[in-house]
Ligand binder design. Sequence first.
Ligand SMILES: *Cc1c(COP(=O)(O)O)cnc(C)c1O
Length: 427
Amino acid sequence: MSFFKYQDGEMHAEGVSLAAISAQVGTPFYCYSAGALRAAWREFADGIKGIKNMNASVCYAMKANSNLAVVRLFGEMGAGADIVSVGEMQRALAAGIPAKRIIYSGVGKKASELMAALQVGVGQINVESSAEIETLNAVAAQLGVKAAITIRVNPDVDAGTHAKITTGRKENKFGIDIDLAREAFALAGRQPHLEVVGVAMHIGSQLTSLEPYRAAIARVRELIGQLRTDGHRIERFDIGGGLGIVYADEKLPSIAEFMAVVARETDGLGCELTFEPGRRLVGEAGVLVSEVILVKPGAAKTFVIVDAAMNDLIRPTLYEAWHDILPVREPRQDTATMRCDIVGPICESGDFLAQNRDLPPLAAGDLVMIRSAGAYGAVMASSYNTRPLAPEVMVDGTRFAVIRPRPTIDEMLSAERFPPWMESVKA
Ligand SMILES: *Cc1c(COP(=O)(O)O)cnc(C)c1O
């Protein structure tokens, strides 16, 4: 079921017309459907029930979309949080996620950050290097606590995704090489202030095939056997996130199919499982709405210049990502299309949202909707060119609310300071 569809000739998010939101908050803006977020969550919750004889939990990887309202919505449905910074930890707590349900991931955590995480009592820290094992032990000793950890291993499988979002190959910086994992577990096992509870992996993002998961889980399973022989108590297997969404015409496995593979590959392993989905929970639940500033016909192609840009949605230029773009006013069936690039107003040739698209003719003032922008959209936005961050709106049925307002230029400027020796020239 799509939560974004045309009704009476106008694109709606659930029961709210995007044009109506635009009239109130201006463009560009992000719009999230609460119904779509809940539906994505339920797919996971139901999928887990399909794994018999095994405890499993879902920690939302909030770097995909860390708006407090989005995190709270998942938290209220029982989600934990997978965080990658102390900033995200504070967001998770502010959104009401209990500390015990927080997993702290990341390749380079500072001692001060580990200290903050132990002080609030996060449930699990996923460590990724020998250096981190020693630092964490020292920090835990200082606080007089024992830190529950898993060690993230790099199973060296090809996730079959874009190079910039592949994380499970030997040449990637993430995790400990699976061939060196036993040494790392031995090191961790000798630390008096660490309690090794399991193994973690996360092999990449936007995976559209289950085969890389199957291969990676099989490798980690073999490792778990060796680790137990070595005397470690391995109770948890954190499988990470990475499940893909539809941007164009991807054929995706369902969550039920994914869970069936996980269940088969972990059958009899006797581990509690953790999942860390990010994109899959939020990606298709969000869109970016933008207004056409002008249309510039060129010799080679037509440029449709819109008021959203690479600073609002960096995925097309960073990952060569393809996002579907639709006019907010429903085009007539027989409308001839035009070949165009949809670009922003930023002074960069990489500032595009789509290239070589066939779209119904667009004119200044028309609204367009960029689909599947709920993940890695607003969170990766910047204020390059002193463009205010696009506001975020949540729709729930026939209601909508601004969940992050657009800052004013004055607010943006007031965050900056002149050095004291320049005060005299202050305007
Ligand atoms: C980014 C990340 C995730 C979530 O990835 P998605 O592709 O958004 O599901 C999960 N776990 C870890 C450790 C991550 O870094």
